[in-house]
Design a protein around this ligand. Structure first.
Ligand code: ADP
Ligand code: MG
Ligand code: MG
Length: 896
């Protein structure tokens, strides 16, 4: 631990700077940086995150060495601000603010007006000639200090102010007189004493030390832990504490407070964007209690302040070369900046800002590529509400986070969590008056969020934008009746469970469901992708089974198909008749009692498979297409015993008895299909199935070649565990392929390779690579088989494993680098070495599991030297960007 525990800032100097986020937290580091570059910041000091770690190490005690440093820094603040802490006649008041290295909106508690006591409240009243302000500040302190530092329920204080307003027959807090507020202070102190057991502390230093403790404690509060878990934030030391001289936005009509973004965080447009309130303090703007004014209006209300603010907006962007999210307060016409940080933004905005900044020469192209979080592209890839759909807009709120969402209405975060647990596929719209940090778990599970109060900087808006969820806030037409579990929207009554649609791009609210359309990749999005492509080494392919998916993926930049699952073709069809004919054809094969009957069925299957391959190959003209031979166990194609009607229909369609269908089902029944009669085990036993598939592939390639198109088919054999399986099946595939080409009189290129999805295959990669022309890691199965966990049977323990941190993340979402990754790395090295030694060839290696679209995993696949990753069509741009960042990240490290 460093010997310095406390860092001063203010008056144009600072002990720290903007780079010291780990130690000073984001807020503290940026307050120091702003002070250094001459931006007006009230003086203060930051207690480091190391002190927080030491606090926990010592059983929740502030280390002794830090205490005199705090005292010394406080002296410096007093000197810089010209007031003394604890001096009753003209007191220095401070705020105590949390701030970790990464911003965690609303997670930590801030205490304002600290240092006020009975005596100094009176002093402040006299000194400012504004007793109303003094007592308003005092009652707020008792509330904030009581509720955040001492665990008194905030509701108890709220109850007192409501009661008093009722007694005085007034509506607004601002209608309470000085005497009313003095009375309120008395009642708040009584509430405090009853809950805490002690009087509200009249010693400012006691208030200060208890508040610092409270900030440290909040680091391990439920809300903070939950947020870190959802955002996968690990490895931080703790939170810093910022103690800063108070400036007051609630001193009258020449004072105010606001929050703003230097550019529009929804769209990325280069306009000043935010809200402010006159005569207000702290969280009033974001709490959604009073509806704030748009920032542009400040130009007419306080032109000088506005001009200065515009100058600071520019200075900050230029200095940080990044869009900033700022907080400011105006005290009696003087502007103070209280915070700056990079602004959270939607994926759409992230792309636009990065591209525009690069075009303006503020940053270079590779910086622009590094600026956009690959996952945030999801936002641009979300379905949008179909503009052609006929909709009735029943109300309009503030467009807070773009995109359209339809879902069932639920009225509390708990209800969302409970519903999502039972019905994870249901889309839910969370409807609230406002949201708070307690709601994040429910917000995470909701598809969209609608609130009746709050502005663009409200909690709901900030969190939704961060997560790329459609959100509409401040929709006053929405009235929630929790007791009745209904929402009335401009006269329409919507019950919990009914469908509602919101458009976060326009602010529109609609009753019922609205159809959506697929996004396209144009404009700034396209530009950023071209820049990304210049850097990446990995090729990006797609997993696609239909020509439509293949075409979509091509639009998104896929460079081939890394996985076509042939079994999916039996469950689709151009129309109902074809769909029925397809499934019937494979059932005929499965139910056949003689080789001849099986051959007749296979001939029918071949027609469909060939047709599909031609479509896929044509869509992927010029690129490789990996076709996996039939993988699932055969019983998956038969109607089960719990579907007697399906069994009767199948028997009738195929002209066999229903008893035959049932008997075949019984024969094929497996206790553990994941490890059963599937993958390469099928063509080992029924070679004619594999033969038919190879023939269909080669005939399709020949057909496509005749159309003047070219494609490299890669015949992929699944679930190989031994080299012998591959030797047998490859020999057979070559015989069939050669025969097919000879019959057609056309030669085409093709390759035969394997999936690596069993731990044994990874270990035996050397001998397998002597046969295989390529490896494709099936990381879903490889993860299942390595962990011994079936993805479909982990509901009972998944949550517990994540909670206990046995799994930092679900290994099916992000590759388990330590374990499964080790097998992958080993298999690549062994396979490549063996292929090189035996054939003098480079072994092509890719991955086709769902991890191919996960940025963290893509980083790993780049590192171990894969040639490509393959992911679902809508993840292709995400994988392209992640691959570029992986390549750039490695370059940067290499340059150090
Ligand atoms: P958060 O981490 O939730 O953003 P902050 O520490 O920024 O919390 O505090 C919340 C609000 O309190 C700030 O936006 C600002 O309006 C007000 N505030 C904090 N410190 C001061 C101060 N020294 N003077 C005036 N207002 C302050
Ligand atoms: Mg803040
Ligand atoms: Mg598999």
């Amino acid at each position: 631990m460093s010997t310095k525990h406390v860092y001063f800032f203010g008056g144009g100097t600072a002990d720290g700077d903007g780079k010291m986020k780990e130690l000073l937290g984001g807020k503290g580091a940026n307050l120091a940086e702003m002070s250094k570059i001459g931006i007006p910041v009230p003086p203060g000091f930051t207690i480091t995150t190391e002190v927080c770690a030491a606090y926990y190490d010592q059983g929740k005690k502030i280390p002794n060495a830090a205490v005199p440093e705090i005292e010394a820094a406080l002296k410096k603040v007093e000197a810089a601000f010209g007031k003394t802490f604890g001096e009753p006649a003209d007191p220095l008041l401070v705020s105590v603010r949390s701030g970790a290295a990464l911003s965690m909106p609303g997670m930590m508690n801030t205490i304002l007006n600290l240092g006020l006591t009975d005596a100094s409240a009176e002093g402040l009243a006299k000194k400012t000639g504004n007793p109303r302000f003094a007592y308003d500040s005092y009652r707020r302190l008792i509330d904030m200090f009581g509720s955040t530092a001492m665990g008194v329920e905030h509701e108890l204080f709220e109850h007192e102010i409501h009661t008093l307003k009722h007694e005085k027959k007034v509506k607004l807090d601002t209608d309470l007189t000085t005497d009313d507020l003095k009375e309120l202070v008395k009642r708040y102190k009584a509430v405090y004493k009853k809950a805490v057991g002690d009087d509200f502390p009249q010693d400012p230093r006691t208030q200060l030390m208890l508040s610092i403790n409270a900030v440290f404690n909040s680091w391990n509060g439920n809300k903070a832990i939950q947020y870190r878990r959802i955002e996968r934030i690990t490895g931080l030391k703790g939170t810093a504490v910022n103690v800063q001289a108070m400036v007051f936005g609630n001193m009258g009509d020449s004072s105010g407070t606001g929050v703003a973004f230097t550019r529009d965080p929804n769209t990325g447009e280069n306009v000043f964007y935010g809200d402010y309130l006159i005569n207000a303090q702290g969280e009033d703007v974001v709490a959604g209690i009073r509806t704030p004014e748009p920032i542009a209006k400040l130009d007419s209300e306080m032109p000088k302040v506005y001009a200065q603010l515009m100058g600071i907006r520019q200075a900050l962007e230029k200095h940080y070369t990044e869009m900033q999210d700022i907080e400011f307060t105006v005290q009696d016409g003087t502007l103070y900046m209280l915070q700056t940080r990079s602004g959270k933004r939607t994926g759409t905005a992230a792309v636009r800002i990065a591209v525009e900044m690069a075009k303006d020469g503020m940053i270079d192209e590779t910086t622009a590529v590094m600026r956009v979080n690959p996952d945030s592209l999801n936002h641009l890839l979300q379905p949008q509400l179909d503009p052609k759909a006929k909709v009735e807009v029943v109300a309009q709120g503030i467009a807070a986070s773009p995109g359209g969402a339809s879902g069932i209405v639920l009225l509390s975060a708990e209800a969302v969590v409970a519903h999502a647990e039972k019905h994870p596929k249901d889309a839910i719209i969370l409807v609230r008056k406002e949201t708070s940090p307690e709601d994040v778990a429910g917000m995470d599970k909701a598809k969209g969020i609608l609130t009746s109060t709050g502005g663009k900087a409200s909690h709901a808006a900030v969190v939704a934008r961060g997560w790329g969820k459609p959100c509409v806030v401040g929709c006053d037409a929405v009235r929630i009746d929790e007791a009745a579990q209904t929402v009335s929207i401009a006269g329409h009554v919507v019950k919990a469970g009914d469908f509602l649609t919101i458009n976060g791009t326009t602010g529109d609210v609609m009753i019922g469901k609205v159809p959506t359309i697929d996004p396209t990749m144009t404009g700034d999005f396209g530009t950023l992708m071209t820049w990304a492509d210049k850097s990446r080494k990995l090729k990006i392919r797609t997993n696609a089974d239909t020509p439509a998916d293949a075409a979509k993926a091509r639009e998104f930049g896929a460079e081939g198909i890394g996985l076509c699952r042939t079994e999916h073709m039996f469950f689709t069809g151009a129309d109902k008749a074809e769909k029925e004919a397809r499934i019937a054809s494979i059932r005929e094969v499965i139910l056949a009692e003689t080789a001849d009957a099986r051959a007749a069925g296979l001939a029918k299957v071949l027609v469909f498979q060939k047709k599909d391959f031609i479509g896929l190959f044509a869509a992927m003209d010029g690129y490789p297409v990996t076709i996996r031979l039939l993988d699932p166990p055969l019983h998956e194609f038969l109607p089960k015993d719990d579907n007697p009607k399906g069994q009767e229909d199948a028997a009738r369609d195929l002209g066999v008895s229903v008893e035959r269908v049932r008997a075949r089902n019984d024969e094929l029944h497996e206790f553990n299909p994941m490890m059963g009669f599937r993958g390469c085990r099928l063509p080992i036993v029924y070679p004619e199935i594999g033969d038919m598939q190879v023939r269909a592939i080669i005939e399709a390639v020949i057909e496509v070649k005749r159309q003047g198109k070219s494609v490299l088919p890669e015949i992929m054999i699944p679930l190989i565990g031994t080299a012998d399986e591959l030797t047998i099946l490859k020999k057979r595939a070559i015989v069939v392929a050669e025969d097919t080409m000879a019959k057609a009189g056309v030669k085409v290129e093709y390759q035969v390779g394997t999936m690596i999805e069993l731990p044994r295959a990874a270990l035996m990669a050397g001998p397998i690579a002597e046969e295989a022309e390529f490896f494709s890691f099936g990381t879903n199965d490889l993860t299942q088989m390595t962990f011994g966990v079936s993805r479909d049977d982990m509901n009972g323990f998944r949550a517990a494993y994540l909670k206990e941190k046995i799994w930092a993340v679900d290994p099916f979402e992000s590759i388990d680098v330590a374990g499964v990754g080790q097998l992958i790395d080993l298999a690549i090295q062994k396979g490549r070495a063996s292929r090189q030694a035996k054939h003098g060839q480079h072994l092509k290696v890719g991955i086709c599991g769902e991890h191919g679209g996960d940025p963290e995993s893509v980083f790993f696949f780049h590192k171990v030297g894969m040639d490509y990753v393959s992911c679902s069509p809508f993840r292709v741009p995400i994988a392209r960007l992640a691959a570029a960042q992986a390549a750039l990240g490695q370059k940067a490290e290499g340059n150090k």
